[in-house]
Design a protein around this ligand. Structure first.
Ligand SMILES: [Zn+2]
Length: 160
């Protein structure tokens, strides 16, 4: 059996915060505001898997009121969700993501993001897509007020 999952996430961009996308620390004058490390891309990676298995949403599994998840490395959240994916007998087939960000440009970082995600999801990097687009200088993305991401994932049942 194959199941699909989808997720969208958005974080405010402000000075004085780190910009971490797909596990890659990117030097920039603004960073992503969040309860965890603010890694918008890993959040949709996580939540698309949660969606594929109909487990609720990211906030249900990792409440932003919880001290345990304050400042947490988002790759740990992905690992926790992957444990559940495997426990339920599924493996990931492929994932496709888009990052909406005006600045900086991500072309030099996308390969490292793909490799990080591939490792976390235990699949070959050729089954991980990370695309980047801007807000064409309009709206909250274009005015550099926010970063947004989307992910779609396919999982397949391999064990009963
Ligand atoms: Zn988030």
């Amino acid at each position: 059996m194959i199941r699909i999952g989808h997720s969208t996430d958005i974080h405010r961009l402000e000075e004085g915060y780190r910009l971490i996308i797909g596990g890659v620390r990117i030097p920039h004058n603004k960073g992503s505001v969040g309860h965890s490390d603010g890694d918008c891309l890993l959040h949709t990676v996580c939540e698309s898997l949660i969606g594929a298995l109909a487990l609720g949403d990211l906030g249900k599994l990792f409440p932003d009121t919880s001290e345990e998840f304050k400042g947490i490395d988002s790759s740990l959240l992905v690992r926790k969700v992957m444990n559940e994916v495997k426990k339920q007998g599924y493996k990931v087939i492929n994932i496709d993501s888009t990052v909406f960000l005006e600045n900086p440009k991500l072309r030099h970082y996308k390969q490292e993001m793909r490799e990080n995600i591939a490792k976390l999801l235990e699949i070959d990097v050729n089954f991980v897509s990370v695309k980047a687009t801007t807000g064409e200088r309009v709206g909250i993305i274009g005015r550099e007020e926010a970063i947004m991401t989307e992910s779609v994932v396919l999982v397949e049942k391999v064990k009963l």
